[in-house]
Design a protein around this ligand. Structure first.
Ligand code: LLP
Length: 418
């Protein structure tokens, strides 16, 4: 469900035609729907209403300050993975006690920052990280609350680049090792053992991997209790998938029901870290057709959005529906929809059936609200796209288009080069 729909052959976001926004703000352009974002958060969070829980939106999916503020106002906490994300969350008004911090490579300055701001907990991913957190906490005289990220060795059956809970992945500590690490943590003066965490992957479209992971966590939590280590939080990470093409992921309430019944007798506060399912289909990337060309083998539609704007098709061969912003008649062709970047891997879609567009037409890459802008770059010295938030019949620019000055802001030509 989302608020992008056609009226009289025109694609609208809420009550505004996308073409009108693109005329004013230019392309490529990310457009998000406030009503969709709010609806998704509310549906997700309400699905867990029966249990003590904290929904911590995963900032990496879309880290725009306005989006963070929007979720924060609805009561969301956040899952962060860097000092930059901590500062973003705080700048957007998220309370520190609603911040959980994951990541395999937390640096000393990042740990210092998180401690100084008093975040809810560190999701610790190795024994060495635990030792560093304990050291920094003792220097600062502030106890650090931690959960250990365990790796339940569950196959999420998703793209290998976004599977994280298998033995061969770099994340977390295996369940076998975890008992020992917990025992060490419990003996540390500046560590408060608060919870357990896992995140098995992303774009997961069935509930069974979550249930399997939670089952293993539950057994482990009971073993820990047997050793006198009691936990207050179980963090199940994120990972619930969305429909890009023909996937049929579980609805949040199906996911929640499965999780809640598996969790039943643990008496812990549940933390969830949804990213994609809150923002994915609340956004699209609008691009303009620059040229079309026919080669001996293929037809190409060259648009002004590229892999620097939306890298998912190039990186994961991900599917994004490409929709003409104004529906029109014409022959259906099979074409590669490509960007201007000097790489063969720069495409939004390959061999895609599409009504032949004309120069100047607008196309929308749908479901681009998650891992779209947040993974964008300046490759080929392209200025990053603007982002707008539609709210009913209005829209707000929530990130202006970059300028040449933005592009070179951090660079200097040393005097010795004249
Ligand atoms: N928590 C942790 C610790 C994570 O690593 C992630 C995502 C999430 C939560 C949120 O997962 P979600 O609910 O969004 O699936 N760039 C890839 C996705 C990478 C996901 C990384 N971790 C993509 O575009 O598909």
């Amino acid at each position: 469900m989302h608020h992008f729909s056609f009226h009289d052959s025109e694609l609208y976001c809420e009550s505004v035609p996308l073409a009108r926004i693109a005329e004013r703000e230019g392309t490529p352009l990310y457009v998000y729907s406030r009503a969709t974002l709010e609806r998704h958060f509310t549906v997700f969070d309400n699905a867990f209403a029966a249990v003590r829980h904290l929904t911590c939106y995963s900032v990496k999916a879309n880290s725009n300050l306005a989006i963070l503020r929007l979720f924060g106002r609805l009561g969301s906490g956040v899952d962060v993975v860097s000092g930059g994300e901590i500062l973003r969350a705080l700048a957007a008004g998220i309370a520190p006690e609603k911040i959980v911090y994951s990541g395999v490579g937390k640096t000393r300055p990042e740990i210092e920052l998180a401690l100084a701001r008093g975040i809810l907990m560190f999701n610790v991913e190795s024994a060495q990280e635990l030792e560093l957190i304990n050291r920094v906490a003792s220097e600062k005289g502030a106890r650090a609350r931690i959960a250990l990220r365990v790796n339940p060795d569950v196959d999420p059956r998703t793209h290998p680049y976004i599977s994280t809970g298998l033995k061969k992945n770099k994340f977390g500590v295996s369940i076998d090792e975890a008992l020992d690490v917990y025992a060490r943590a419990a003996a540390m003066d500046w560590i408060e053992v608060a919870g357990i965490d896992c995140h098995i992957g992303s774009q997961i479209t069935t509930v069974s991997p979550f249930v399997d992971a939670l089952g293993r966590i539950k057994d482990f939590v009971k073993r820990l209790r047997g050793r006198g280590i009691a936990l207050r939080f179980v963090d199940l990470g994120g990972g619930l998938g969305i429909t890009y093409d023909r996937e049929e992921p579980p609805e949040p309430d199906q996911y929640a029901a499965a999780v809640i019944s598996e969790l039943a007798d643990l008496d812990c506060t549940l933390i969830l870290e949804p990213g994609r399912c809150l923002v994915g289909n609340a956004g699209c990337l609008v691009a303009r057709v620059l040229y079309t060309k026919q080669t001996a083998l293929k037809e190409f539609v060259i648009v002004d959005a590229a892999m620097n704007d939306l890298i998912r098709p190039s990186l994961y061969e991900a599917h994004h529906a490409l929709v003409p912003v104004r529906q029109h008649d014409g022959p259906v062709i099979r074409a590669d929809i490509v960007g201007p970047i000097c790489e063969t891997g720069d495409f939004l879609a390959r061999d895609r059936e599409i009504t032949r567009p004309a120069q100047g037409d607008l196309l929308a890459a749908m479901s681009a609200g998650a891992y779209g802008f947040s993974m964008s770059s300046n490759y080929n010295s392209r200025l990053r796209a603007a982002e707008v938030l539609v709210d009913g019949s209005h829209w707000h620019v929530i990130r202006r288009r970059e300028t040449f000055e933005d592009l070179v802001r951090c660079e200097t030509i040393p005097a010795c080069l004249g």
